[in-house]
Design a protein around this ligand. Structure first.
Ligand SMILES: [Fe+2]
Length: 192
């Protein structure tokens, strides 16, 4: 079963995101789909030919975390965008953030602090699937730092391609624009 790219063109026109930036971002996302399919097919063919345990096989296995997570994290990201209006702090996500971080404002400060860390990657609000606790986490590139079994609740892309066309080096301004467009209904639907 091959993966197929989802259509996020409905995000066009979001305040603070130019059409050029979004179009480039969608194209990039499609590249992760192509490469995930290619890697899985190649690995399956190598397995069939008994080519496991050779360096080429190992390197493709390592690469899969990058391509697959590049695909899936973009889907979480695009799907938690397109909303309008600030969070309702008395809704479920707001209450849970206040419970785990002391206040919604503390959660936001920590999430933005994670998103402005130097480096390329993602800021992800995770919910620990065992305890239900919320944790803001930095993911290096696409594959390093994930919390095993935890569920991504809010996903923010901070690779330079996500903002440089519109904001240059001003990543914090991009994060402000991101916050204006969070789909809090989507966020709540991911929460346990
Ligand atoms: Fe991206």
């Amino acid at each position: 079963m091959a993966y197929t790219a989802k259509d996020y063109t409905k995000l066009a026109g979001m305040e603070g995101f130019s059409e050029t930036l979004l179009k480039n971002h969608f194209t990039l996302y499609q590249g992760y789909i192509t490469n995930t399919n290619k890697l899985l097919d190649t690995l399956a063919a190598m397995l069939k030919d008994g080519k496991v345990g050779i360096p080429e096989y190992s390197e493709l296995k390592r690469r899969l975390g990058f391509e697959f997570n590049g695909m899936r994290l973009h889907e979480y990201y695009f799907e938690n965008l397109g909303g309008k209006g600030a969070i309702n702090k008395s809704g479920r996500p707001g209450k849970k953030m206040a419970e785990d971080f002391g206040s919604y404002e503390n959660w936001e400060k920590d999430f933005k602090g994670t998103g402005t860390m130097r480096g390329i990657g993602w800021a992800i609000l995770y919910q620990d699937n065992i305890t239900g606790r919320l944790i803001n986490q930095w993911i290096n590139e696409h594959e390093t730092g994930h919390l095993a079994g935890s569920v991504p609740i809010l996903v923010l892309d901070v690779f330079e391609h996500a903002f440089m066309i519109d904001y240059g080096l001003k990543r914090a301004d991009y994060i402000e624009a991101f916050f204006k467009n969070i789909d809090w209904v989507a966020v709540e639907s991911r929460l346990k």
